[in-house]
Design a protein around this ligand. Sequence first.
Ligand code: Z2T
Length: 838
Amino acid sequence: VEAAIPEPARKAWTKFTPKPFETTEEFEREAIRHIETTLARSLYNCDDFATYAGTSLAFRDRLIIDWNKTQQEQTFADQKRVYYLSLEFLMGRALDNAMLNVGKKDVAKKGLDEMGFRIEDVIGQEHDAALGNGGLGRLAACFLDSMASLNIPAWGYGLRYRYGIFKQEIVDGYQVEVPDYWLDFNPWEFARHDVTVDIQFHGHVRKYQDDSGKQVAVWEGGEIVQAVAYDVPIPGHNTPTTNNLRLWGSKAASGEFDFQKFNSGEYESSVADQQKAETISAVLYPNDNLDRGKELRLKQQYFWCAASLYDIVRRFKKTKRAWKDFPSQVAIQLNDTHPTLAIPELQRILVDIEGLDWDEAWNIVTQTFGYTNHTVLPEALEKWSVPLMQYLLPRHLQIIYDINLQFLQYVERNFPKDRDMLRRVSIVEESQPQMVRMAYLAVIGSHKVNGVAELHSDLIKTTIFKDFVAIYGPDKFTNVTNGITPRRWLHQANPRLSELIATKLGGHEFLKDLTLLHKLEAYVDDADFRKEFQEIKYANKVRLAKHIKNTTGVSVNPSSLFDVQVKRMHEYKRQQLNIFGVIHRYLQIKKMKPEERKKLQPRVSIFGGKAAPGYWMAKTVIHLICEVGRVVNSDPDVGDLLKVIFLEDYNVSKAEIITPASDISEHISTAGTEASGTSNMKFVLNGGLIIGTCDGANIEITREVGENNIFLFGNLAEDVEDLRHAHVYGSYKLDPDLAAVFDAIKSGMFGDAGAFGHLVGSIMDHGDYYLVSDDFNSYIKTHELIDEAYKNQDEWLTKCITSVARMGFFSSDRCIDEYAEAIWNVEPLVPKQNGTEH
Ligand code: Z2T
């Protein structure tokens, strides 16, 4: 490659290699140059937004220099790369992250000050990149940060949605969805109009024997849509490694076909084709933990898998290695079952296009893929109807049948006595219509399957994948407990706490080795440290109180206990349990005499989260929260004792304000339903305590921080099945305090009771699937304990500090190390120190 560069070009490059800014003066020069020339704005209309744009472009220049070097080094190093396939990347804002990861935030702050701008205002101009629903998408974003920070050669592959997750407005106490058109100005992506892949749909399969007598399948006809690459640089923290996130956008293939139409006067219909092609990458499906089986969603999945695999295979072929080396060069991680079509697609490429034998190809395929499962909820497990797959991807359906046949033959040989086994484990469910079970295909086509927290990884082995453990043995299944990036979720979201920790630990090394936090335990009794820690929490609460005032008009007292539940709205996450608890508290306050009220611990109950647009029950819970807030917040009997807030449009950038400001956060899913949860980790890392069920990563958080430092309540996962049974068949009595709450709702205390009929009915009359009533007493008792504990501020503070010190395990760096070692078998590539300075 080197030799191919002509000497004059090399000379010119050596002389004029772009140099990134280093000093404040250089930063200002670059920012102003971009505002004047790249953006064609000037001093006279240079507002916060233009300054954001100029600042971003100045930082982007730095990232790109490092990005180019990283990509070049990774190519020459010729070692294994990781490809993280995810339909969601919930990135949030990029500028602050870029500033902190390249270590130039101070320079930018000074420069912006000198130019007359406040850095917070400038950073605040950026639109969140919200290409995800919740935990799964944010995990992918944390993983990108960790992979780059650990110098792992890794690419993310996703879709470039024109519309991210909708924006939520609350109008008259109801959620209203507004489209999130976010691409007006996005300096963080590079369109690669020269990197395209043609993607085929529909058509038919022609089979024939070639000259040597071998069966050959050709997928012909149908339609072609073009995938265009958009690259997003992912800077590592304090390292020049800058990895790539490649997002595919769709457009009509610019083939002869179009020109024909165009020339024959069918201009309008050719534009219509264009628009149809573009709808593939138009919008993120807004469902969290729910599969709706829509045709366009399947098109998105194949479009993105096929484009990514073509790209990966193209890169591999440049190495001129033998196909058998593919798994030692390429690890592909499937983020849930959304990219499972990559399995039959790689098999198709190897067999149909490259001419490998089936068995040789299948061996390569299974060595290449790893599959991460993120849920056991049955309604979230993807299934595609056979007729739909036949129509859209006829060749892939055949390949899936062949994979299934071989697999079932193997099972039959090994489990001849279990007559029902074949029906249970078949990739094709014998329903009407038949369905392809994507999770089974993912398990069969991967060499490792992992869950995302210990309990969850155990559960998948005993429930949804039980038979597969018998078939493959337990070693195929493993656990990798989720983590979060401490760069964004501590250093960026809570700069004062990060600074305080750094002064005690002698620098910021803990940001790259979070286990160093354990040294903080030595300061748990240090008066100055405690005071400063407490002041930081208070200041963060003041900041959130201001945000609440600005966005809802409600004044809250920052000295109150801030009780936070922010996450997607879902029955299994049980925001309804929380709001019923709040109503219970309100009823108690109303019954009290004034002198009793004086003894009460004042509280602010803060909620936030989006409901999927078609999820009526989740929307009803939002409405109830808003109505309770309307009544409680204006009741003079209550005053500061209780405030109820619903924060509009919860997203990553709002999480950065909310997380550091909580005293107690709620992680109260029905035991066995939340695979891991990751915000639980964020809250504790920021000096908040949690109330939670024995579910997901709460269990490991408890193990790390100690039982005294967490408020656990509720029934255990192992008892859930029996309890559910008792609701339907047994003698069972509604919790009396919950009954009183329902009476209040039915009385119209919180507006039209009819609006809440289904919500109350789902618990009283329809089996209480999520066991709200069973856990209610334990829940409200635990909140009483929390009130008492909070009154002893000294002990509370000790709990918070101790917990922070013990959170080292939950860094996504640890998590990526585990994937790299146990699943990917990939090594870091330490960059030559010739990147921009770090
Ligand atoms: C999602 O956010 C999660 C699981 C899904 O299963 C889908 C979505 Cl969109 C298909 C979440 C889990 O609910 C949560 O417990 C976990 O922490 C997170 O994925 C990351 O693993």
